[in-house]
Design a protein around this ligand. Structure first.
Ligand code: NAP
Length: 312
């Protein structure tokens, strides 16, 4: 599914391209499913914050599939292994396609219990939640964590990972999604559409903030002195560091990073039954535009996935 111009959904079209070949240390993966993320939509429109992408462009970073070939020196995988990953981000990975090649360490073995559909929903959102909580915030048992956008792709995984780490979790979501967020294990849920979150969520040790602007700034007020806000949209939150300094809290700009060890950690949580990925919609690759529209509608709980090959 390629685009030769940035723009709306009609810029995407199915075309035949050459199969990529793995070089040293890489694997060639036959794609079964590709996850859809908000960054795919921003990128399709040419709104991505990075300028490392060229036209013609094949969208998509989340992938699950089967290794078909390995490059010289690759020891982590063998042909036939079922793998998932978020290769190359933020450079082009081209996962809306039948084949993808990338360094072996950009992938991990799929947990046995996951379908290809679930596995493609996990990498980008799961790595974001995992890295924000465990690496940037170094969240510890007993801490109080606020997850903004708790019913979304990142948020629904962040709630579960934070609970698995023994924390008290408050999530924000519109009212129709509260039962879903509580079902993930959240202790408290705030309707951010009717309530000023910073007025009711106080003394947090960690804020996982997925949005920028004025609300992204006010979320700093939810922290206790010395607490940390990890922002997925710091570049769109003017004054973030100055305000954090005034309040005596810490703000960190975060961008997700391809990471086989992080994927292994997510797979471990799945295998232990402590992390479930919720897929709200599955579309054939040819209907990528519809998948983008659904994700952009704000109605989804969890993730949206494209079926490329024959899925289970
Ligand atoms: N920096 C990074 O590395 C990184 C990584 C992943 C994602 N992100 C960004 O994080 C955001 C969320 O990603 P996602 O995959 O979770 O998206 P998603 O699946 O679309 O979920 C987002 C959910 O959050 C809620 N929401 C929307 N706007 C909001 C706002 N201004 N304040 C609070 N809640 C809001 C909506 O649900 P309600 O009905 O509850 O409002 C929406 O469904 C996107 O902007 C994405 O680009 C950044």
């Amino acid at each position: 599914m390629q685009q030769s111009a940035w723009g709306e959904a009609e810029t995407m079209a199915l075309v035949e391209v050459e199969e990529p070949a793995p070089v040293f240390g890489e694997v060639l993966v036959r794609v079964m499913t590709a996850g859809v993320n908000p960054v795919d939509v921003f990128t399709r429109r040419g709104q991505a914050y990075n300028r490392v992408l060229d036209l013609p462009f094949i969208n998509g970073w989340d992938v699950a599939g089967t290794v078909v070939r390995i490059g010289y020196g690759t020891t982590r995988f063998r042909p036939g292994d079922r793998v998932f990953g978020m290769p190359w981000f933020p450079r082009a990975a081209g996962c809306y396609a039948e084949y993808v090649t990338a360094p072996a360490r950009h992938f991990a073995r799929m947990p046995e219990s996951l379908s290809f559909t679930e596995a493609a929903a996990l990498p980008l959102a799961g790595l974001t939640a995992w890295q924000m909580l465990t690496e940037v915030a170094a969240v510890a048992p007993g801490q109080r964590v606020l997850v903004v956008g708790a019913a979304g792709g990142v948020g629904h995984l962040a709630v579960q990972i934070a609970k698995a780490r023994g924390t008290h979790v408050t999530g924000t979501a519109s009212a129709a999604k509260h039962a879903f967020v509580r079902g993930l294990g959240a202790d408290d849920v705030i309707d951010h559409t009717t309530t000023e979150v910073s007025a009711v969520a106080r003394d947090m040790d960690v804020v996982i903030q997925m949005f920028g602007g004025e609300a992204g700034l006010r979320a700093l007020e939810c922290l206790r002195p010395g607490g940390v806000l990890v922002s997925g949209q710091a570049a769109w939150t003017p004054g973030l560091y100055e305000r954090a300094g005034e309040l005596g809290v810490r703000a960190a700009a975060y961008l997700v990073d391809p990471d086989g060890a992080g994927l292994d950690a997510l797979a471990g949580l799945v295998a232990e039954g402590r992390l479930k990925v919720h897929v709200d919609g599955v579309f054939p690759l040819a209907e990528a535009a519809e998948a983008h529209d659904l994700l952009g509608s704000g109605r989804t709980r969890g993730k949206v996935v494209l079926a490329v090959g024959e899925t289970d």
